[in-house]
Design a protein around this ligand. Structure first.
Ligand SMILES: *Cc1c(COP(=O)(O)O)cnc(C)c1O
Length: 355
């Protein structure tokens, strides 16, 4: 592990008031940067003032999208500790995404240590108010100036930090979902299991349709038969049908969420019947007609749990749990956010203290 270099700012920014926070708008005083060169490996890990970077216009990231990212959060506990939630899983997944994009592997432990140092330096930016947190965005870009179609031979890893507000200022409330049949998010063999830029910009067109129809997110179906449910927006999806919680099994096109993984572990220890399997829209609508669909919700780092109140499949509408948040969704939300903020015991040792 190379020695970490630290260059602190001379004047600190004014930290915005939590009520003025807008997602992804405000960044802390510092950022982490590390470079990679083929034959040399990763070098010059450093914490430097947050600032613009200079890249050659031919840098490969701009042309062929060789880039991966992660998203996780730091939370301030009531006794003023700062905690991360399963950050080792994020860096493992960053490496899996990189592997898919023919990008170099990082040393997960070293990078987690660098992240902790960065958060310590910018610790005043971790909000204390309930529901607020510091969003962490690690990402890697291909930097070699070269237009040939081959993996870049140089890369840059960066970590930037952004204080974020609560998704649920007025309390957790179910959203409406448009079922997308024309556009595809991902197919088996593609890049759906990787957090890579192209997956997200390719989803904007479907999101635009949903927004136009007054729905807040898209329900993605499998790209081959357009029959099986995969994800909702950029979240994994769960249904409670006739007492059993069902989530689509990882099939090579679904992104393996850390929230999803944690929910599966929680439900298992609670003894809630659970299955990871293929589930078709047809099956879901048939269960609905029999009055068996009890809950539906999306899961991911940003919102933790996002209950679904309505699904619209080509004009066929499904109203779930009277558009109210279900019991399982509520319990999961309270338990997960409780563990993250140190209010609830952490029997799984999911949290990691920054200081
Ligand atoms: C990040 C992401 C998720 C959720 O993953 P978490 O680790 O739970 O935040 C789900 N689906 C997609 C497509 C994602 O990009």
């Amino acid at each position: 592990m190379s020695a970490l270099r630290i260059e602190q700012v001379t004047t600190k920014k004014v930290i915005p008031k939590t009520e003025d926070l807008v997602f992804g708008k405000h960044y802390t005083d510092h950022m982490f940067v590390m470079d990679y060169q083929e034959g040399k490996g990763w070098y010059d890990p450093r914490i430097v003032p947050y600032e613009s970077i200079t890249l050659d216009p031919a840098a490969m990231v701009f042309h062929y999208g060789q880039t991966v990212f992660e998203g996780l959060k730091a939370y301030r506990t009531e006794d003023n500790q700062i905690k991360l939630f399963r950050p080792d899983e994020n860096f493992k997944r960053l490496n899996r995404s990189s592997e898919r994009l023919s990008m170099p592997q990082i040393n997960e432990k070293d990078v987690l240590n660098y992240l902790k140092e960065l958060i310590k330096i910018d610790q005043d930016w971790v909000p204390a108010e309930d529901g607020y947190s510091l969003y962490i965005r690690p990402f890697v870009i291909a930097t070699e100036p070269n237009l040939s179609l081959a993996p870049s031979r140089s890369y840059r890893l960066m970590i930037i930090l952004s204080p974020v507000g609560s998704y649920y200022k007025e309390g957790i409330h179910p959203v409406g979902i448009h079922v997308e049949e024309a556009f595809t998010r991902a197919v088996k063999g593609g890049t759906g299991t990787a957090k890579t830029a192209g997956n997200y910009s390719a989803a904007y067109k479907a999101q635009e349709k949903a927004t136009k129809e007054g729905y807040s997110q898209v329900l993605w179906l499998d790209g081959i038969e357009k029959k099986y449910i995969e994800e909702v927006g950029s979240m994994n999806v769960f249904f409670k049908i006739n007492g059993e919680v069902v989530t689509p099994e990882l099939n090579g096109s679904i992104l393996e969420g850390i929230t999803r993984m944690s929910i599966i572990e929680l439900l298992k220890t609670w003894g809630v019947p659970l299955s990871e399997r293929r589930i078709s829209l047809d099956e879901l609508f048939r269960a609905y007609e029999q009055g068996l669909v009890e809950e539906a919700f999306g899961t991911g780092t940003a919102a933790v749990i996002s209950p679904i109140g309505e699904l619209n499949w080509n004009g066929k509408k499904m109203i779930i749990n009277n558009k109210e948040t279900g019991e399982v969704a509520k319990q999961l939300y309270e338990t997960l956010t409780g563990i993250q903020t140190g209010k609830v015991a952490d029997p799984f040792h999911w949290t990691v203290n920054v200081r």
